[in-house]
Design a protein around this ligand. Structure first.
Ligand SMILES: O=C[C@H](O)[C@H](O)[C@H](O)COP(=O)(O)O
Length: 238
C-alpha cells in the first residue's frame, strides 16, 4: 500500500490477520471477530475455504456474519456449537500483560461471549495498539437504555468520564439494542479490578476490558515483521 508521496506503507493489520489464519485447520470451529483487522482475517479465511479448507464459524457481529457468508464460510447456529477452537479478533489496545480494550466498533458483548467459549483467543493488531497501560483509547461500556442516565451517574462516580456514543447525530445502538458509554481520559493500571467494578453496576451489560482472555497476540510491525506473543501464564503450561 502506498501513501500520497508514493512511500510504501505496511498494512500491519493485514500482516497480523493473515498470520493468525495460518493456525486454522480442517474441521475447526472458528470464532470470527469484528473490525477492520478481523475483516482481513475473514477475507483470508474465505480464500482458504475456496481452496478446500473445511471449517464452520460463528460471528461476533452482523457485519462479520454477512462478510463471511458472502465468502462462502459456513456460519452455524450457536446451539450447534459446543466449544470454539480458535477465535480471531482485533483489539483497540493491548497492554504488557496482554490485557485488552475492545469495543471500538461496538461489538464487545458478542465478542466477549464468543471469546469466553473459545479454547484460544488469537488477538490480531498492528504495533500501534501496544501500550504500557490501558486507557488512552476510550473504554467502551455497553449499558441498557432503561434509566441509562443513572448508569452514567454510576460511571461518573468512578471518575470514568462517560460519554454516550453517537453515530451520524443519533445515539449509537449496538447489535443487542443497547447504548455504549465511552469512558475517556482514564488510566487503567489494574484492569481486573475495574472490570469487576463496572460489571457490578446495575445497567451495565458488559465492558470492553478483556482480562486474561487473550491466548496469543499477533502483532504486525511497520518493518514487515510479525511477533507472536503467548500469554506468559499459558506459555508456561503448554
Ligand atoms: O468492537 C469492535 C472490536 O472490539 C474490534 O476488534 C476493535 O475495535 C478493533 O478494531 P479494529 O481492528 O478496526 O482496529
Amino acid at each position: 500500500m502506498s501513501n500520497r508521496d508514493g512511500v510504501v506503507e505496511m498494512n500491519t493489520k493485514k500482516l497480523a490477520a493473515e498470520r493468525a489464519v495460518e493456525a486454522i485447520e480442517d474441521g475447526m470451529t472458528v470464532g470470527l471477530g469484528t473490525g477492520s483487522t478481523a475483516y482481513y482475517a475473514i477475507e483470508k479465511l474465505g480464500e482458504r475455504v475456496k481452496e478446500g479448507l473445511n471449517i464452520r464459524a460463528v460471528a461476533t457481529s452482523k457485519r462479520s456474519e454477512e462478510q463471511a457468508r458472502g465468502l462462502g464460510i459456513s456460519i452455524v447456529p450457536f446451539a450447534e456449537v459446543g466449544q470454539i477452537d480458535i477465535t480471531i479478533d482485533g483489539a483497540d489496545e493491548v497492554d504488557r500483560s496482554l490485557q485488552l480494550i475492545k469495543g471500538g466498533g461496538g461489538a464487545l458483548l458478542r465478542e466477549k461471549i464468543v471469546a469466553a467459549r473459545s479454547d484460544k483467543m488469537f488477538v490480531i493488531v498492528g504495533e500501534d495498539k501496544l501500550v504500557d497501560t490501558l486507557g488512552a483509547f476510550p473504554l467502551p461500556v455497553e449499558i441498557i437504555p432503561f434509566a441509562h442516565e443513572w448508569t452514567l451517574d454510576a460511571l461518573k462516580a468512578l471518575q470514568l468520564n462517560p460519554e454516550l456514543r453517537m453515530e451520524n447525530g443519533e445515539l449509537y445502538i449496538t447489535d443487542n439494542g443497547n447504548y455504549i458509554a465511552d469512558c475517556r481520559s482514564i488510566s487503567i493500571p489494574d484492569p481486573a479490578s475495574l472490570h469487576a467494578q463496572l460489571n457490578a453496576i446495575p445497567g451495565v451489560v458488559e465492558n470492553g476490558l478483556f482480562v486474561d482472555m487473550a491466548h496469543t497476540v499477533i502483532v504486525g510491525r511497520e518493518d514487515g515483521s510479525i511477533d507472536t506473543i503467548i500469554r506468559s501464564s499459558l506459555a508456561d503450561s503448554e
